[in-house]
Design a protein around this ligand. Structure first.
Ligand SMILES: Cc1cc2nc3c(=O)[nH]c(=O)nc-3n(C[C@H](O)[C@H](O)[C@H](O)COP(=O)(O)OP(=O)(O)OC[C@H]3O[C@@H](n4cnc5c(N)ncnc54)[C@H](O)[C@@H]3O)c2cc1C
Length: 464
């Protein structure tokens, strides 16, 4: 039977970077990808600076140079109001068509030769024993058994491997996304990711080349794309000429469609199998953080494997601890923002007003918000503090009669009470996260290596 150190299942951003990371450690690495057609997929196209930096560090800089458009930050647009959120000075993200970013990652790995790449090959788990995992690789009716010391499940958010391990998840289906291509000149702010939040649901847009931009419209679950044309109120938060450009694009082409989900896993490893990227958790794409998070997983796995001298059980216990804070903060942020941006309730209108009131008064607030969205800032304590500030500004906006959807003192008081009530679960989650961050920062319990002699227990030590 064929034997390798690491077998990576999945050739998306998470799988390719993890395979590169494991090869950098000198491990015999095989990557098998089932080969989904990325041209037909609506998925990640805005890569935050941290993702650009990590892809460069893992040797994929030629892919980043091959196209796309530089991104300098976000523009959040709510009717007449616009907030420009900057990346840190010198930081650049990249907007690029999904297949143009991801397909060449596999090509680079194959060309470099330090990772064996199997295309159109599907991985299935056979067994997990004390020394590693046995899997089958299937391609066009042929199958081969492979034994690996570690199996990396980078097989996307539906992750068949995660399911076959029986790892439980909390799964919430949020909405349906449709995506079309428009001319980049239709975007109001060049070089920025855009979030239009003045309509019934958020609309996302970003340049993906010098001349083109992707626009994604968030629709209620199960909606057909036709709804954007028949209910033009849906685009009421999008200014001209972009709104017209979306409608023209919808007449010209069938849009790409995807579902938006939140998935939180109970575990990110089991035995010798570890989950990375979307397989380990995902959230609504309004923060465009999925790919940055996927390559961060590769970085964390690289570090813990190096620190544990490639001892898989020790490394995976450390991986679960190390990746948790950043991932939990990212999912909590996306969930609270999606709620604020997609609801027409008075208290959420107040929260949106609070956000703009805060940003208008605090250039630092603009920077920290961008830092949280782009996953550069991962501390739950920072997210909790910023969220509380926005709620406070929302209450002040209500008090000053500055929330258009909530007029009159009685309605403002009612909306204020509901705003506080709606903020409490988010703040509770955030505070629990702060406490957990503190606990995770304590030294990890020692997991003995397989060949390490057991230390005498206290009782036997005191007896001797
Ligand atoms: C509408 C939408 C917009 C988004 N926009 C952004 C954005 O702007 N920025 C951003 O950073 N993120 C965005 N994301 C999220 C981003 O697309 C994902 O986070 C990212 O693609 C996850 O990468 P991955 O490698 O974990 O999984 P995937 O990209 O899903 O790759 C999984 C791979 O595993 C393969 N596979 C599956 N099963 C097997 C098997 N059994 N054996 C072998 N291979 C297998 C598949 O063929 C596939 O190639 C968006 C997501 C959606 C839905």
């Amino acid at each position: 039977m064929r034997e390798v150190d690491v077998l990576v299942a999945g050739g998306g951003p998470a799988g390719c970077t993890t395979a590169a990371a494991m090869a950098q450690l000198g491990l015999r690495t095989l990557l098998a990808d089932a080969g989904q057609d990325r041209r037909k997929q609506l998925a990640g196209e805005l890569l935050h600076p941290i993702g650009v930096e990590e892809l460069t560090a893992f040797g994929f800089s030629e892919v980043l140079r091959s196209g796309g458009a530089p991104i300098i930050g976000f523009a959040v647009v709510d009717g007449e109001k616009t907030a420009l959120l900057p990346y840190a000075p010198g930081n650049r993200g990249l907007g690029i068509e999904h297949h143009a970013l991801v397909t060449p990652l596999l090509d680079v790995l194959e060309k470099r030769g330090d990772v064996e790449v199997r295309r159109r090959s599907r991985v299935a788990l056979v067994s997990d024993g004390p020394d590693g995992v046995e899997v089958t690789l299937s391609r066009e009716g042929q199958s081969e058994r492979v034994r690996t010391r570690m199996l990396v499940a980078a097989d996307g958010r539906a992750s068949p491997l995660r399911r076959s391990l029986g790892i439980a998840e909390q799964h919430v289906r949020l909405s349906t996304m449709i995506g079309v291509m428009v001319e980049a000149s239709a975007l109001p702010h060049a070089g920025r990711g855009h979030l239009f939040i003045g309509g019934p649901a958020p609309v996302l847009a970003y340049p993906i080349s010098d001349s083109q931009a992707r626009v994604m419209v968030d629709l209620p679950l199960g909606s057909s794309p036709e709804r954007v044309r028949t209910e033009q109120e849906i685009l009421s938060g999008v200014p001209e000429p972009l709104r017209q450009a979306i409608l023209v694009a919808l007449q010209r082409e069938a849009p790409l469609v995807a579902s938006n989900d939140t998935r939180i896993m109970d575990q990110v490893y089991k035995g010798h199998v570890v989950l990375v990227g979307d397989a380990a958790g995902c959230c609504h794409p309004l923060s465009a953080s999925g790919m940055a998070s996927a390559v961060r997983d590769a970085r964390v796995l690289h570090r813990v494997m190096a620190e544990a001298s490639n001892d898989v059980p020790r490394a995976l216990a450390a991986y679960a601890r190390a990746r948790r804070p950043a991932n939990r903060t990212r999912i909590a942020l996306a969930s609270s923002l999606y709620e604020a941006f997609s609801s027409d309730a008075g208290e959420m209108a107040a929260l949106r007003s609070g956000l703009f009131r805060y940003w208008e008064r605090s250039p630092t607030g603009l920077r920290i918000s961008m830092s949280l969205l782009s996953t550069r800032e991962t501390r739950m304590s920072v997210m909790a503090r910023e969220y509380a500030r926005v709620v406070a500004h929302g209450l002040l906006a209500l008090g000053a009669g500055g929330v258009r959807a909530v007029q009159g003192p009685r309605r403002a008081m009612h909306a204020g009470a509901l705003l506080v009530a709606s903020a409490l679960p988010h703040l509770r989650t955030a505070m629990a996260g702060v406490v957990e961050d503190r606990i995770l920062a304590l030294p990890a319990p020692h997991v003995p290596a397989a060949d390490e002699p057991l230390a005498p227990s206290r009782a036997s030590a005191s007896r001797s």
